[in-house]
Design a protein around this ligand. Structure first.
Ligand code: NAI
Length: 733
């Protein structure tokens, strides 16, 4: 018999066996080889000693209950490992199934987070009790990594709650529930307040249900809500893939499709066959490129970025107590809310008391909404609001240990507001600007302590957008960088770090996406096709609508300043074909974007976006002119990816993980790619399909695009060199 090394068998005198999940070699339990052997040994022992067992409780000795599959293994899995991936999954499932059908009550005492594989162990139990531990999460988030839950997760949720609820509540969004919300949504049966109560409830279930069985193992069981073999259900079935397609907007995410297929097909067959169907669909995903991209970004890169791989070492972490937010407009109001939500006192300053109060009103609105949706208690909302003091008086900024400036985008004004307050705030206060385009080094010239000055670039809407781009100016000290990093983490956002340059990383790269979309309109391509290409490439915002949001005057202003800077440095400005289109839109047609009431789209009185402006077809579209749809998508994706490589060459970006995370979370680079540099690593010759051809394939394709559409697609030297050496973009730290 194999030995159990990661699960301890603890049997009490009453015959209750507690299976303590406790991998001695890892901080969290995962479905690795040792677990596979252990659970097999446990199943064998349980069967052998069945007569002495009264019931079984799964619990864990770790802070989390169980972490799920081993992602380090999964990211390696190529087509050649397909059979092995399939077999490992099957082996674990069959052991869990043997325990589930032993004829004894099985309870999951979920003492911490149970995501993915952790919740699947719980699903293989007859009763689920969750400890209401702070921050504890329950659910099947596999879809967010491009996978599906193949430890019985699809098969059992479908049988537990019916196809529709399983898909909508658990599988397709990968929602992570707090224990309380898991209870409300039927993922667990009970919640316990303390670890003692958790085990007491588990034992009570065993005492009360000596003959317990899973609902689906009882005679006469039917899947709740029906299955496709029921004519009423079958009539609704075609709506599922159609809705899914609509939701994905045609973007190439294979996991939701496979989840849907596994759920529907699995519902029509017996339990054991359903498990096999689920495993087949999983194997297809785990050996493909998209899951690798998504695991790289949403797990490894995110962990690297948040854990401070880019924070200077050896500097004591510091927490901000009281922050001054200068400017209570759209961004200042959002920044004030995010800081107050994290427990920081905020002094929100604008030119008048009314303007400052209006900024605070934004937090009032968000709080009222959160209370009405029961996402927060009234008491907590009141506490949050009490932390925000609106003012027009600089003296109220006394005692602030950090400043975040968000006044109009104007260097002289920004200099002025810092001068006004720099001797009122704490003498070592961290000085941050939320500029989206102005060089930090130039802004720093307006303050006495330039080494404490840094860029903190938030994204709109601040309360929803998880990213903050930290920009190091030439004079910025390591201490300021570490403190800025700590502040971003304190308000629970994700910090990426870049060096100063015009437009930094995010604003500069998103500009290439927009320029490419606009240029295609100028070439004569149907504007509706351009929008469709962006959506189907997986961009969350269509390119022309995004241009309208940002306003067409913005790229003109940036162009003017950048051109001047290039020429002052003795260089020649490279004209982009988008420029002529934007100039005509503004100068000839007076269309400046959404805020001006007219742009690439038409807008109603209420500012609501209507149809694409018919004048675009009249003035720009060449009837019958088309380029391959793939070229349209890749022109946008490549324009962003190529400039990101240039930013690495220039030393503006210093970390691959920061580039990947910043591109997805800051500027909407499609998530299926794993981020802008992982897109190059995993380039597969098309949007989503097949397996990687990597850097050489990307370089060849960039050259092809350069030949067809312009020199801007010429691959930079760094990329060519890496491709020739057979390297990939990877962090070495
Ligand atoms: P906004 O126009 O909504 O707000 C600016 C606020 O600054 C106004 O309330 C104004 O009264 C106030 N202000 C002007 N002079 C002031 C002074 N002397 N003292 C105190 N307050 C003063 O502008 P928004 O959109 O909030 O942008 C602010 C900054 O954030 C700009 O630098 C912008 O480039 C940057 N940013 C904007 C983003 C966006 O999506 N709008 C994204 C990231 C950064």
């Amino acid at each position: 018999m194999t030995e159990s090394t990661t699960i301890r068998w603890e049997q009490d005198e009453t015959g209750i066996v507690t299976l303590v999940l406790d991998d001695p070699n890892q901080s969290a339990n995962t479905m690795n080889q040792a677990f596979k052997d252990s659970i097999a040994a446990i199943a064998e022992r349980a069967e052998a000693e069945k007569d002495s067992i009264r019931g079984i409780i799964y619990t864990s000795a770790k802070k989390t209950f169980f972490a799920g599959g081993d992602l380090k293994d999964m990211i390696q899995a190529g087509p050649e490992n397909a059979q092995q991936a399939f077999d490992t999954g099957t082996a674990i499932k069959s052991s869990l199934r043997r325990i589930e059908t032993l004829g004894k009550p099985v309870v999951a005492a979920i003492n911490g987070a149970a995501l993915g594989g952790g919740y699947e162990i719980a699903l293989a139990s007859h009763h689920r009790v969750a400890l209401d531990a702070p921050g504890s999460k329950i659910g099947l988030p596999e879809v967010t990594l491009g996978l599906l839950p193949a430890g019985g997760g699809v098969t059992r949720t479908v049988r537990l709650m019916g196809i529709a609820d399983a898909l909508l509540k658990v599988l397709l969004q990968g929602t992570q529930y707090s224990p309380q919300r898991a209870l409300e949504n039927g993922l667990v049966h009970e919640v316990a307040a303390t670890p003692e109560e958790l085990l007491a409830k588990a034992r009570a279930f065993i005492d009360a249900n000596p003959e317990s069985q899973q609902p689906w193992d009882k005679p006469g069981y039917k899947i709740p809500g029906g299955t496709p073999s029921n004519p009423k259900f079958a009539a609704n079935l075609p709506a599922f893939p159609a809705n899914l397609k609509k939701q994905l907007n045609g973007a190439p995410y294979p996991a939701p499709r496979n989840i849907l297929a596994a759920a529907v097909e699995g519902s029509q067959v017996d339990f054991e066959t359903a498990l096999i169907i689920e495993a087949r669909y999983f194997t297809e995903l785990v050996t493909g490129q998209t899951a690798k991209n998504m695991i790289q970004a949403f797990f490894f890169d995110l962990q690297a970025v948040n854990s401070g791989a880019n924070r200077p070492q050896g500097i004591e972490p510091r927490q901000v107590r009281k922050v001054a937010v200068l400017g209570a407009g759209m961004m200042g109001a959002g920044i004030a809310y995010s800081c107050a939500r994290a427990g920081i006192d905020v002094v929100l300053k604008d030119v008048s008391a009314e303007a400052a109060a209006k900024g605070k009103a934004y937090s009032e609105k968000l709080c009222a909404k959160a209370v009405s949706r029961r996402r927060t208690a009234q008491e907590k909302a009141d506490e949050l609001l009490a932390r925000i003091t609106p003012t027009a008086d600089p003296k109220d900024l006394a005692g602030c240990d950090a400043v975040i400036e968000a006044v109009f985008e104007d260097t002289a004004l920004k200099h002025k507001v810092f001068q006004e307050i720099q001797n009122i705030v704490e003498p070592d206060a961290l000085l941050c600007s939320n500029t989206s385009t102005l060089p930090i080094t130039v802004l720093a010239e307006g303050v006495e302590r330039q080494n404490d000055f840094i860029g903190l670039h938030f994204f709109s809407p601040v309360d929803k957008m998880p990213l903050v781009e930290i920009i190091k100016g030439e004079q910025t000290g390591d201490e300021a960088l570490a403190r800025a990093f700590d502040l971003v983490r304190q308000i629970k956002k994700t910090p990426i770090v870049v060096n100063d340059s015009r437009g930094f990383f995010t604003s500069r790269v998103i500009g290439h996406f927009i320029n490419e979309g606009v240029a295609m309109v100028g070439e004569g391509i149907e504007p509706a096709s351009v929008e469709q290409a962006a959506a189907q490439a997986g961009y969350p915002a269509k390119v022309l609508s995004l241009m309208d949001e940002l306003t067409l005057t913005l790229p003109r202003k940036i162009r003017k300043e950048s051109k001047q800077a290039v020429e002052e440095a003795g260089g020649t400005w490279q004209t982009h074909p988008a420029e002529a289109v934007i100039d005509r839109m503004v100068d000839e047609f007076g269309r400046t974007g959404r805020s001006g009431g007219a742009g690439f789209y038409e807008y109603g009185e209420d500012g609501k976006r209507g149809r694409l402006w018919p004048g675009l077809r009249e003035h720009f579209t060449k009837p019958g002119y088309e380029i391959p749809f793939k070229d349209m998508q890749e022109r946008m994706l490549f324009a962003e990816a190529l400039d990101t490589v240039r930013l690495l060459e220039e030393g503006v970006l210093t970390s691959v993980a920061d580039a990947n995370i910043g591109s997805i979370f800051g500027i909407g680079f499609p998530g299926w790619t794993g981020g802008v540099l992982q897109y190059i690593n995993g380039y597969d010759g098309g949007a989503g399909a097949g397996t990687g051809t990597g850097l050489p394939g990307f370089v060849a394709r960039a050259r092809e695009l350069a030949e067809r559409y312009g020199e801007r697609f010429t691959p930079p030297a760094l990329l060519v060199e890496k491709a020739e050496k057979g390297e990939k973009f990877a962090d070495t730290k």
